[in-house]
Design a protein around this ligand. Structure first.
Ligand SMILES: *[C@@H]1O[C@H](CO)[C@@H](O)[C@H](O)[C@H]1NC(C)=O
Ligand SMILES: *[C@@H]1O[C@H](CO)[C@@H](O)[C@H](O)[C@H]1NC(C)=O
Ligand SMILES: *[C@@H]1O[C@H](CO)[C@@H](O)[C@H](O)[C@H]1NC(C)=O
Ligand SMILES: *[C@@H]1O[C@H](CO)[C@@H](O)[C@H](O)[C@H]1NC(C)=O
Ligand SMILES: *[C@@H]1O[C@H](CO)[C@@H](O)[C@H](O)[C@H]1NC(C)=O
Ligand SMILES: *[C@@H]1O[C@H](CO)[C@@H](O)[C@H](O)[C@H]1NC(C)=O
Length: 770
């Protein structure tokens, strides 16, 4: 490995000199295959030619439809919408074996047209939880030509956090499915973030950092999202060498596939944060140590940020990006978030503009056509710091049109409204929807159904797209299907009508009870209005205390009734995998509500010193309800802790790595940090976790309350917290194996639970589920 010779002395050299010295060094340490990607055109446009995109979308169709793909013709013709927003056209050619011919102005547009046909003409459905592809035979023909043009240039997908909450253990097979789903959804711009640590390691080593410097810097795979934003270092790391190689391999395939379908990739760029090793090698460097992030202290947070005038800002940033582009090519869009959830060292607009300008110049130093895609999360996260002069300084330091801001939480706290549409910089209206990959039915459907259209009509609006940016995926399919459809719509949809059709497609058959169930879900759990933040705060998934929040934003009865209706459709729809998943999910929601009720009974009986009632409520919760919930979740693949842990372990090349990855996965969904720093933020309702984590701590809580009543002593939360931390930590480090494949019949388990727990089960009589 090359080591930088007289590094400190070099810090004062002009950037161009440093670059010319460093570049050959970088080349010599490059041990990895050179990119096979062709040079790309200088301006922002769909990267692959029509023929390549056509081949890619045809291959997608064959993956999805198998031999039935022969009856669908797919074409890509950029002339359909020259230079304009994506367009697709569906028609049925006269006679012959081809039922429908889909032409898109790009691969993505053709894929979106294909999904439109499958959805509206064939009654099919593709989502994270299930595929419903029972195609009519022969395939239906289109009576009159359909032509749709999207209202916006961009449809964006992926939150930077999802790379840690949902994607960290994915191999190519899972990525391929996701990219297929993205194309069918019409997504045309998305991050491609895999492998960046391998490039950083190469750059840092070439600059003279040694392996200890680097190992102290990278976090483990489940925490990289926050390492990349300068929030966190070292936790659950270091990254094994095999990890880098796997991620590089994945990234080649991801960018190749995305581009071949006509998607623009967003690559990472330099934020200005550096590992302390840089300061050791270049002692005269001008850097500021930032404050701590979230509930971490400076042993794992407080990163160093280079001063905007520091010449090394440009050296490091440009070097990294050149190396990255050399490896993977580029579509000229780069992501960087310097002050995500972190207080800048100064609120002086000149300083903030300086940082912004430095980040952008480091991009253009490597790619003169660079566009900077920035998350707008910070502005609404710390609104007292980010007053109009500070926001304006950050945004206007970059030439207008060269930045694209993600208005990340626009369905709840739109930033464009109080920043004159980001002071003229283009922005993408994004639905965040999910935090931490939590399970729990949730949606703010009215806000997403109207928000994008209101934003487009805003005076001097600079909106250029719509986006889906959940922190975690594989939950609440309905909200994502709706948002994807809105990305191609020129006006709000009729939600009750839409959801009935959704239920029919999802289950592959019309069913009055299922449709009624969805109407109830739509108007209750999915219709959060006002200040909606979808952190699952159910007592089920939070550390017990006597002050837990049991408020719901909806009428709980609607979910109980939807539960009953869905189960009553069991005999008709029981063979549908999506139906079975939904039965599990709605039963899970009903049980989550019931845990809230049991918690209140436990708390009230404790406060009334009513021991028998406390024992009764606690007994049912601990010895029946939670075990039943665990068994229910155990019958569905997406709700298995064992599957998550197996995915994590499957990335490993040694037992030591397997243990590290498993620890990453277990820690993230529970303690989130060594000492419960962001406790339960990424909570999940997974079989295994419910009994061995949530259940065990509820057990400790109930037994402590019982003891308090027996001895006449008060309950001390602090003492409980200390005791329960041992239990929580015990779960993270236990070596128990959990099933990675589902066990049991979801419908049977759900029915059994229903008969015991549905608030009206006794009265339903003949109306109840069979
Ligand atoms: C890296 O450098 C530091 C500081 O000089 C030193 O303590 C450490 O042992 C070095 N690590 C390696 C792997 O050389
Ligand atoms: C992080 O900083 C805040 C104030 O800036 C402080 O109150 C908190 O105690 C710090 N947290 C840790 C874990 O150091
Ligand atoms: C370091 O950077 C800060 C601004 O970030 C600046 O105020 C200061 O003068 C710089 N120090 C040196 C020694 O250049
Ligand atoms: C829209 O932009 C125009 C031209 O810059 C300006 O005169 C006008 O005041 C703006 N309107 C609003 C509502 O900001
Ligand atoms: C959602 O609730 C609002 C009232 O808060 C109501 O006006 C609207 O019709 C509801 N939407 C749906 C789809 O139920
Ligand atoms: C909730 O719904 C039930 C059943 O439709 C109804 O009886 C009850 O009044 C509703 N509660 C509230 C608070 O709206």
């Amino acid at each position: 490995m090359a080591v930088w010779p007289r590094a400190a002395a070099m810090a004062a050299l002009p950037v161009s000199v440093l670059l010319s010295v460093l570049m050959p060094v970088l080349v010599s340490v490059s041990v990895l295959p050179v990119s096979v990607l062709a040079a790309l055109p200088a301006e922002l446009r769909v990267p692959a030619g029509d023929a390549r995109q056509e081949a890619a979308v045809r291959a997608l169709s064959r993956r999805l439809l198998g031999s039935r793909a022969a009856a669908v013709s797919l074409f890509v013709d950029s002339a359909l919408s020259p230079g304009g927003p994506d367009t697709y056209r569906l028609r049925s050619p006269p006679g012959g074996a081809v039922s429908v011919s889909v032409t898109g102005s790009s691969g993505v547009a053709a894929a979106a047209g294909l999904y439109r046909y499958l959805r509206d003409s064939c009654g099919c459905h593709v989502s994270w939880s299930a595929l419903q592809l029972n195609l009519p035979d022969p395939l239906p023909r289109i009576r009159t030509e359909i032509r749709v043009t999207t209202p916006n240039r961009f449809r964006f997908y992926q939150n930077v956090c999802a790379h840690s909450y949902s994607f960290p253990w994915w191999g190519w097979e899972r990525w391929e499915r996701e990219i297929d789903w993205m194309a069918l959804s019409g997504i045309n711009v998305a991050p491609a973030f895999a492998g960046q640590e391998a490039i950083w390691q190469r750059v840092y080593r070439a600059m003279g950092l040694n392996q200890s410097d680097i190992d102290a810097h990278f976090t483990g795979p489940a925490f990289l999202a926050w390492n990349r934003m300068g929030n966190l270092h070292g936790w659950a790391g270091p990254l094994p060498r095999a990890w880098h190689l796997q991620q590089l391999y994945l990234q080649y395939r991801i960018v190749e596939r995305m581009r071949s379908l006509g998607m623009l990739t967003v690559l990472p760029a330099f934020t200005g944060h550096v590992p302390p090793g840089i300061l050791r090698v270049f002692p005269r460097i001008n850097a500021t140590r930032l404050g701590n992030w979230s509930h971490f202290d400076c042993t794992l947070s407080c990163s160093y940020l280079l001063s905007p005038e520091e010449p090394m800002f440009q050296v490091i940033g440009t070097l990294f990006l050149k190396e990255l582009i050399k490896e993977f090519g580029t579509d000229h869009i780069y992501s960087a978030d310097t002050f995500n959830e972190m207080s800048p060292p100064s609120s002086d607009p000149a300083y903030l503009a300086g940082i912004s300008s430095a980040v952008f110049r480091a991009m253009t130093g490597a790619d003169p056509d660079a566009r900077w895609l920035m998350q707008g999360w910070l502005f609404q996260h710390q609104p007292t710091f980010w007053q109009p002069p500070q926001v304006q300084a950050v945004l206007r330091a970059v030439p207008l049109g060269r930045m694209i801001v993600l208005d990340l939480f626009a369905e709840s706290k739109p930033v464009y409204e109080w920043t004159e549409s980001f002071y003229g910089q283009p922005f993408i209206w994004c639905m965040l929807h999910n935090f931490g990959g939590n399970h729990g039915l949730f949606g703010a459907v009215e806000a997403i159904n109207h928000g994008p259209f209101v934003a487009r009509r805003f005076p001097n609006s600079t909106m250029v797209g719509t986006g889906l940016v959940p922190e975690g995926i594989e939950q609440n399919d309905v909200v994502y299907e709706l948002m994807n459809e809105l990305g191609w719509s020129h006006e709000p949809l009729d939600l009750p009508l839409w959801v009935s059709r959704y239920a029919q497609r999802r289950y592959g058959a019309p069913n009055a009870a299922a449709s009624a169930a969805w109407q109830l879900l739509l108007r209750s759990v999915y219709n959060c209005t006002g200040a909606c933040v979808n952190h699952n705060r159910s007592p089920l998934v939070r550390r017990p205390s006597l002050h837990m929040d049991t408020q719901l934003w909806y009428n709980a009865s609607d979910v109980y009734e939807a539960w009953r209706l869905l189960l009553s459709a069991g005999p008709a729809l029981g063979s549908s995998p999506a139906f079975r998943y939904d039965v599990a999910d709605v039963t899970r929601q009903a049980l989550q509500q019931l845990v809230g009720d049991f918690y209140q009974r436990i708390r009230d009986s404790f406060q009334r010193r009513a021991l028998p009632e406390l024992l009764a409520a606690g007994g049912v919760l601990l010895y029946d309800l939670l075990p039943e919930l665990d068994a229910l979740l155990g019958s569905q693949r997406l709700f298995l802790l064992g599957r998550v842990l197996q995915d994590a372990r499957s990335r490993a090349t040694s037992e030591r790595e397997a243990q590290q990855y498993e620890l990453n996965a277990r820690n993230q969904v529970t303690l989130w940090g060594p000492s419960g720093n962001i406790l339960d933020y990424a909570n999940k309702q997974l079989s295994g976790l419910v009994l061995d984590y949530y259940g065990v701590r509820w057990s400790l809580f109930v037994s402590l309350l019982v003891e308090c009543l027996n001895t006449g002593s008060p309950f001390h939360q602090e003492q409980f917290n200390q005791a329960v931390f041992q239990v929580e930590r015990g779960f993270v480090y236990n070596e128990k194996r959990y099933p990675a494949t589902p066990v049991g019949d979801t419908l049977e388990i759900a029915r059994k639970i229903f008969l015991k727990y549905h608030p009206g089960a006794a009265q339903h009589g003949r109306d109840g589920p069979p």
